[in-house]
Design a protein around this ligand. Sequence first.
Ligand code: S3P
Length: 432
Amino acid sequence: MPLNKRSSIKGTYYPPGDKSISHRILILAGQAIGKSEIYNLLEGEDVFNTLKAMKLLGVKIKKEGNKYIIFGIPPGALFQPNKKIDFGNSGTGIRLITGLISSNNIKATLVGDRSLSKRPMKRVTEHLVRIGATIKLNKNLFPPISLNGTGNAVPLSFEIIIPSAQIKSAIMLSALNTNGTVKIKEFKTTRNHTENMLKSMGYNIKVKESSKFRFIEMKNNKNLRVINYKVPGDPSSAAFFISAACLKPGSNLVVKNILFNKTRIGFIKTLKKMGGNIKLIGKRKVHNELIADIKIEQKRNLKSITLKSKDVPLQVDEIPILSIAASFAKGLTIFKGLKELTVKESNRLKLIHENLIKIGVKSKIRNYDLYVYGNHYLKKGNAIIKHNEDHRILMSFFIANMICKKNNIIKDKSCVKTSYPTFFQDISKFSN
Ligand code: S3P
């Protein structure tokens, strides 16, 4: 059934494999000598680009039935790629693999599509030149990244000022082939899958948390062990369904096998504060990651909240869909400190604001804070959505059809393939 103002969300839903974990398991299993088996890998374009990159760097990967088999090679033994490595739309892919290559004695050129070619890379490379890699960027900022790695990386201490798991993980991957102790200090908590996976693979890594910082210490004196890994469901993909269910009283959705890592479910806390009736029905820990089954039984309309800037990194990819929830929640919702949204696959802050106005929601931006004036009335809709091929903007404003009198017009829906190729099939199964 097409999604519209009469829709509610019902059924039992298994989100597709987590994108962040899919990238990382391809990279880390690719650095563990021997055979690893991966189930439920996200079969999205971003992840496939990382898979192709690892193959170009000498790792053997094949699909057998529903699993991917990876034959890893040791850190420091990456092959010289024989062509440019293309990451398409993926910031995670290009940044993490830049980190991995930087401590190998090889040369590589890393490129991306139009959107990725406008995204800032210096935030990563400024750290990697310190270990001895030589790196050139377009206009000193953007891809293509021309990288001359070092086989003799210097072990250093790093401070990460911009809250970004991609920066942190790039440095961590460079540490795999750095002799000595590498120390990293984070000022805000960001997703910690690289840390969790390294621990599960027997690596020598210590993580300490204080109220103000997170410290990571890595030593490359233990080999990575091969691993059999089932990728849990992606909370960032499930966020569209969970938010949609919270929007409409009468919705009743069970979400199974969702990654429940606290660095990823900030949006669930936010929706609960807004009156979302989300309950945990089961949880388990696998390979240091918490995985859960949850239930959404929505009885009431949502209400507005203020989201503090310190909580943004824990839901950085979910702000677009939360802005739709805020539009249908009674009162003024303020999302504070959204600067990082301006350098995602698109300038998400600007596109959220412009599209909200187009569908009939009052919104404004003040110093990177987003104000959404919500109410429980249907919006006019019938707007041509501007998504600039940004998958999360597109999916969010598709869900917005549920709160509009007339459905919106979305031209070229193909960009969902980057993170969620089956989005439209799935939503048609659960909208009633
Ligand atoms: C990701 C980190 C985040 C997030 C992206 C995935 C990751 O980016 O927006 O979708 O897998 O490390 P930043 O590190 O730039 O915040």
